[in-house]
Design a protein around this ligand. Structure first.
Ligand code: FES
Length: 103
């Protein structure tokens, strides 16, 4: 597998998350003040979309029941989620943001 283009830097402002479909995976991509991070979009508690969660620093809050996840590591930080979400490799080439769901 290889890196796939998902968006441009200018289309995802700092502090925002957005859902992308990458090779059959629902990927939540977040922009944290110049760095980009990708994780599975589906919350490990039930099935909320983490791309729709509120971003605060390096954490995203699940929109359904409020579990916090670390955006960089995928770690589940608070109940009711206890299982981390998978993270994916991201790289930036110029203005292009690419994700590899195989890494
Ligand atoms: S679905 Fe995310 S905390 Fe319940």
């Amino acid at each position: 597998m290889a890196y796939q283009f998902v968006t441009t830097i200018t289309d995802l402002p700092p502090g925002a998350g957005k859902l992308f479909e990458v090779e059959g995976h629902r990927v939540a991509l977040f922009h944290l003040n110049g760095s980009f991070h990708a994780m599975d979009d589906i919350c490990t508690h039930e099935e909320a979309s983490l791309a729709e969660g509120r971003v605060d620093g390096e954490t995203v809050e699940c929109p359904w029941h409020g579990a916090l996840f670390n955006i960089k590591t995928g770690a589940a930080l608070t109940m009711p989620a206890v299982t981390p979400v998978r993270t994916y490799a991201v790289k930036v080439e110029g203005d292009r943001v690419l994700v590899d769901v195989a890494i």
